[in-house]
Design a protein around this ligand. Structure first.
Ligand code: CDT
Length: 308
């Protein structure tokens, strides 16, 4: 029988800079209802799912900047999502910009159970881009608007399994999955806003989707976990964002994938017991891993080549 969980990845099309929170929440609610109709236990939204990807702009006016962040979760405008989760009996993952009560600004996500209760929070660890604008390029200013996440990569018992979270650029770093795998993760949920073109490397345009799926598939396989990757996609405020929302099995195989660049649900029923079976084949960590040989992983950030 297994531990069956039906997951809906709720890809979002573009969100306009002036689009009101209430209108975005209506789109999210529509997707949640669709997910419920498809039999989902859990619906997964993208990174910064309540707003346009505002780190593409330099926003100097503090009031203008503040309107992109949530000061409470749930807050008055997001409460309908929590109410619907409880009414429908469906959990969700939501990426959003957090202005923390204790100070700090984070690119965050929450995991919410079927009663509409928050069971976990994550703050993005690997912030890409720069603090200051780079002349002539489409900006990626996450380091201007967010502090680096300070919660590590926690995992949570939820949905009959062990669930972890990460956000966008995190998916490209093997440490993200491994730290969660060392806590027994079975299902990694992640949202992303990924440009289809990089002005600094136009020759890499043809790899953008490959480099989206490659690390998620490798992360799933090497850590024997399901991965659900969810895009904000399409032409958002003049910037092309890739789609490719997908659900990946611990074999590394993509079992379901989006076909559009708009609001779209991608649903699959997964068996979390597959994780245990795959782990036993190749990746019995306790038996085969050699942490004493991996010291540099935690001691050093950048590469230091040997001297001549
Ligand atoms: N949002 C986010 O993390 N985006 C990054 C863009 C990197 S391009 C400089 C990503 O990894 O997709």
């Amino acid at each position: 029988m297994g531990r069956l969980v039906t997951v809906s990845a709720a890809q979002l099309g573009p969100i306009g800079r002036e689009e009101k929170r209430a209108a975005v929440v209506r789109r999210l609610l529509h997707l949640m209802e669709g997910a419920k109709a498809a039999g989902a236990d859990l619906v997964v939204y993208p990174e910064l799912a309540l707003t346009s990807f505002f780190p593409r702009w330099v926003i100097d006016d503090p009031a203008e900047r503040a309107r992109f962040y949530e000061t409470a979760m749930p807050g008055p405008e997001t409460q309908p999502l929590f109410d619907a989760a409880r009414r429908l009996g469906i959990g969700f993952f939501l990426g959003y910009a957090e202005k923390a009560e204790e100070g700090g600004w984070y690119n965050s996500s929450v995991l919410v159970d079927k009663t509409g209760t928050i069971i976990g929070k994550y703050r993005k660890v690997h912030l890409p881009g720069t603090s200051d604008p780079v002349p002539g390029a489409v900006q990626q200013l996450e380091r201007r608007y967010f502090d680096p996440g300070n919660l590590g990569f926690p995992v949570f018992r939820a949905f009959d399994g062990i669930v972890g979270m990460c956000l966008c650029n995190d998916r490209r770093w093997p440490e993200t999955y491994r730290v969660m795998a060392l806590q027994g993760v079975e299902l990694v949920l992640l949202g992303y806003n990924t440009p289809a073109h990089l002005a600094s490397m136009p020759q890499h345009d043809r790899f953008r989707m490959f480099h989206n799926h490659l690390p998620m598939q490798a992360g799933a396989y090497q850590n024997t976990t399901f991965v659900v990757g969810v895009a904000k996609a399409g032409l958002e405020e003049g910037e092309d964002l890739i789609g490719g929302t997908c659900i990946i099995a611990p074999t590394g195989e993509i079992v379901a994938e989006a076909k559009t660049l708009g609001d779209e649900l991608v649903t699959a029923t997964i068996d979390l017991d597959e994780v245990r079976d795959c782990r036993a084949v190749n990746f019995d960590f306790a038996l085969y891993r050699r942490p004493d040989q991996y010291r540099l992983i935690t001691e050093r950030a950048g590469a230091v080549p040997p001297t001549d």
